[in-house]
Design a binder for this molecule. Structure first.
Ligand SMILES: Nc1ncnc2c1ncn2[C@@H]1O[C@H](COP(=O)(O)OP(=O)(O)O)[C@@H](O)[C@H]1O
Ligand SMILES: O=C(CO)[C@H](O)[C@H](O)COP(=O)(O)O
Length: 551
């Protein structure tokens, strides 16, 4: 009889469960559950209190609902008997940390802290810890901290240390009440398997764990004397390798999910990195771009190099035994979504509705009718800040070239192109640092937009492979679950058997590539002008905005 594994992908707005067959990796059932509270950006649901700009919170109970609702629904859709399921694996957005008590209870679930924003989960795109990140970077550079180069020279405001320092300095009482500062990726594994294990991926990329150690006490004290114990008191814990078994499914989690108690629960993972298994990119040299709300670029390598502005290089960060590289763009689908929601006029909505089209498809269709450069626009893709290679979330979006003749599809196209230029900047930075990048493998929800994919092929001059599964992360988690359950000796073997890629789906067109080279040169000029300090207007605007909101 066939065996099956469950993969659960915790995204920004929803959690998706898949049931995958061990052996050929076929997805036989799936279900999605939207988080009840979604992303909390404006008001705290408990009190209605307004949140400052650049906040993004979540509610941990929403994650448990995915186990209670999406997992049984996926199983029912598959028709697979629960007794055939041998393991469950999960992946999460990151860095998405939360304060919990020693038994794993989130502080926001304690009545006395329910009205305190800092008691909640800080989602990856909670960007208000930028001033803290700046200090983390300045102090590290001044002291010559050896780990800084492993993060391209800059630690991001999206990560555990910046968010932890913000917690200490803005709500010391919640900081003091925090026994463990834990990634949601590890918290959900704790809920499933009953064991507290920090996964090697988030510990490395998001919590500055290098060569088996976190930043030392002296450095932390230099940031703030009260922060000296952050690692020892709030982060310390056992580390699990990706694909290892973290524990057996508890009776409580078995009741939630309908799965057999005791089956393997895999060590946590990150939504981007876990997709390398589905993309069969577990060996050196193939970059996977996981393109959705944001984009993560991940790649295994056997060489250790310092790539300026990468998110990080971590030993075993993607697959045990190799150096895993990560870079990324904080806003991609989010930028397109923003324009569709706030920039598309009523006439576009009406046409889309009349033709039964999604607005993205309508604007893509109209934009595809233009030759490269016809709209006369260049945009910077920084509406959610810049994750790589500038690592600065006080940067913001720009569109140059607007005239009275500019139409919505022109702007939409310029925004699509801006993100492709951002990816090209990342690839060129890797190559300049001595890390060769071959063709790209595309995973994530945006792979469905063929026009966008062709732009990426033309802008980067690279052939694009596309994942066979539309659920690269969830299937990646399922592959890791199969390894944790002992079906394969390691993640390479699991990926070889259960992953799958369609080769050379998009190829660059030489004429369009040449036309884009000219536009890319303009992008680089703007990128450096606004992003490397020639004109700090974006920082000044953020400061003014904060002042106004604080008054
Ligand atoms: N056809 C499309 N073309 C371009 N962007 C799209 C399209 N459909 C949805 N999006 C954008 O894709 C993002 C969602 O991507 P998805 O991969 O499903 O989610 P996530 O990254 O959260 O896992 C949203 O930001 C949305 O605005
Ligand atoms: O930074 C990350 C991984 O390192 C985040 O998980 C990611 O950017 C959010 O993912 P998505 O766009 O799929 O919601």
């Amino acid at each position: 009889m066939d065996s099956y594994v469950i993969g659960v992908d915790y995204g920004t707005l929803s959690g998706r469960a898949v049931v995958v067959r061990v052996g050929d990796g076929a997805t036989v059932g799936e279900a999605v559950h939207d988080y009840r509270h979604g992303v909390i950006e404006r008001r705290l649901p408990s009190s209605g209190a307004a949140l400052p700009p650049d906040w993004a919170l979540q509610v941990p109970a929403d994650y448990v609902d995915v186990l209670k609702i999406a997992v049984p629904a996926a199983l029912a859709a598959s028709g697979v008997p629960a007794s055939s399921v041998i393991g469950i694996g999960t992946d999460f957005t990151a860095s998405t940390p939360m304060p919990v008590k020693a038994d794993g209870t989130p502080l926001c679930e304690l009545p006395e802290f329910a009205d305190r924003p800092h008691a909640y989960v800080k989602l990856w795109k909670h960007h208000s810890a930028q001033p803290h990140a700046e200090r983390i970077n300045a102090v590290a550079a001044e002291r010559g901290e050896p780990w800084l180069a492993r993060y391209g020279g800059r630690i991001s405001s999206e990560w555990e240390f910046a968010k932890g320092l913000q917690l200490l300095e803005e709500d010391p009482e919640i900081y003091a009440a925090t026994d463990i500062w834990i990634e949601a990726a590890d918290w959900i594994v704790w809920k499933l398997g009953g064991t507290y294990v920090r996964n090697a991926c988030t510990a490395g990329y998001k919590a500055i764990r290098q060569d088996g150690a976190y930043p030392d006490k002296d450095y932390l004290a230099a940031l703030n004397p009260e922060f000296a114990g952050f690692v020892e008191e709030k982060l310390a814990g056992p580390i699990g390798a990706l694909g290892d078994r973290a524990g057996g499914l508890t009776a409580e989690a078995a009741a939630w999910t309908g799965l057999p108690a005791g089956i393997a629960v895999c060590v946590g993972n990150v939504d981007a990195h876990v997709a390398a298994a589905t993309a069969q990119a577990t060996r050196p040299g193939r970059m996977v771009a996981i393109m959705g709300t944001s984009t993560c670029h991940i790649m295994n390598s056997d060489v250790l190099a310092e790539v300026p502005g990468m998110c990080g290089v971590v030993d075993g960060g993607i697959v045990a035994g190799l150096w895993g590289y990560e870079a990324g763009q904080s806003g991609v689908g989010d930028i397109f979504g923003w324009f569709v929601e706030h920039g598309a006029p009523a006439s576009a909505h009406e046409e889309a509705a009349a033709r039964g089209l999604d607005l993205h498809d309508l604007l893509s269709e109209r934009a595809a009718a233009q030759p490269v450069g016809a709209h006369g626009l260049i945009a910077l893709d920084w509406h959610s800040g810049n994750r790589s290679v500038l690592v600065d979330h006080e940067l913001s979006g720009v569109i140059v070239g607007l005239t009275l003749a500019t139409r919505p599809e022109d702007i939409y196209r310029a925004l699509l192109e801006s993100t492709a230029f951002g990816t090209r900047t990342i690839i060129e930075t890797f190559e300049a640092a001595g890390v060769p990048v071959g063709d790209l493998i595309i995973a994530g929800g945006l792979a469905k937009n063929a026009f966008l994919m062709q732009i990426y092929a033309d802008v980067t001059g690279r052939t694009l492979d596309v994942l066979a599964s539309a659920q690269g992360s969830a299937v990646g988690s399922a592959i890791h679950a199969a390894v944790a359950a002992g079906a394969y000796p390691d993640v390479h073997a699991g990926a070889d058997a259960m992953g799958g890629v369609q080769r050379a789906v998009y190829r660059p067109d030489p004429d369009r590539k040449a036309a884009y080279d000219e536009l890319y040169a303009e992008y680089v000029t703007l990128h450096d002008y606004f992003g490397r300090g020639t004109n700090d207007v974006m920082h000044r605007l953020k400061r003014i905005q904060r002042k106004v909101h604080a008054s």
